[in-house]
Design a protein around this ligand. Structure first.
Ligand code: C5P
Length: 297
């Protein structure tokens, strides 16, 4: 018997970053939107814990116990005093090291899949607590839809969405490490007073109303200057999308995936075509959000 869970990618429509905390993390006001690009995580009983991965970026995914999917299985099994004896297979469609929470998606997916396979009967609250231990973005991968993450991003408040938002995502030729981008944020911020991170009310209102133009006006990512500093060529990708008629452009999370908000699905296809022709990125995908969180298939 196997259990398969489908988990979405995310884009941060606002990522407000505060000063570095004593524990090295940063307080955030992180407005997540799940989008319809998915990984599928399948767990099957096995002699011992094993991870395999298929997909275009599969060779960049670690298959040892550092993989968030493996860590999720170990964490849940540990709480129940059982062995994490499963084969975890990841069918990967979310870009690796792209700032779209691909690793977090696999963690949340494996956790829900193991919970279902083992019949552990964990409450939603316990699953969310395990997700928060695994990483700051993992709880959102479980929940999906749209949410505001505070603390280091793991404390979620579900947000209303009044419509569908159409996006184009451009994947870069190489990845960016999230810790490296936060370190660059700290370096660029040296000597400046960093305000408390807060979600913009106008942005939350735009999400609630399904108002694409208003969302475009208030999108923002405080990590964008740091990502551009480490990966200056991303400016060319952003420019190509802007020139093709995207309503707004932004680096997704810690990057280097760039995100383009468009009026509708037809406009998204047009921007995607222009980005493909621009030669400024590796691959281009369109996806709409909000998308459902981790779901047992
Ligand atoms: O929580 P997660 O393991 O995904 O975080 C990866 C890294 O990103 C952390 O080790 C830290 O360097 C950085 N980070 C941060 N502040 C956050 C979230 C992540 O500095 N709120």
């Amino acid at each position: 018997m196997s259990v398969t869970v489908r988990v979405p990618a995310k884009v941060n429509v606002q990522l407000a970053v505060g000063a570095a905390r004593p524990d090295g993390f940063h307080d955030l006001a992180n407005v997540f939107l799940a989008v319809g690009l998915y990984d599928e995580v399948t767990v099957t009983p096995a002699e011992e814990l094993r991870v395999t991965c298929e997909g275009p970026d599969a060779d960049q995914v670690p298959l040892d116990r550092t993989n968030l999917a493996a860590r999720a299985a170990v964490a849940l099994a540990g709480r129940r005093g059982i062995e994490p004896a499963v084969h975890i297979h990841i069918a990967k469609d979310i870009p690796v090291a792209g700032g779209m929470a691909g690793g977090s998606a696999d963690g949340a997916g494996a956790l829900l899949a193991c919970d279902t396979l083992w019949g552990t009967g964990a409450s939603r609250a316990e699953l969310l607590a395990i997700c928060a231990e695994l990483g700051s973005d993992v709880p959102f991968s479980l929940v999906g839809g749209a949410a505001l993450g505070t603390g280091r991003g793991e404390r979620l408040t579900v947000l209303e969405t009044g419509g569908t938002f159409h996006w184009v995502f451009a994947m870069a030729a190489r990845g960016l490490s999230t810790p490296a981008v936060f370190r660059e944020f700290d370096r660029l911020a040296e000597g400046r007073r960093i305000p408390e991170p807060v979600a913009r009310p106008e942005l939350l209102d735009a999400l609630a109303k399904g108002d694409t133009e208003a969302l475009a006006a208030f999108l923002g990512n405080d990590l964008q200057p740091a990502a551009l500093s480490l990966f200056p060529e991303l400016a060319d990708t952003l420019e190509a999308g802007r020139g093709a008629g995207a309503l707004a452009t932004l680096v997704s999370g810690s990057g280097p995936t760039t995100a383009f908000l468009t009026r509708d699905a037809a406009a998204a296809e047009k921007v995607a075509e222009a980005l493909r022709a621009s030669g400024t990125c590796r691959t281009v995908r369109t996806a709409a959000g909000p998308a459902a969180g981790a779901t047992v298939l």
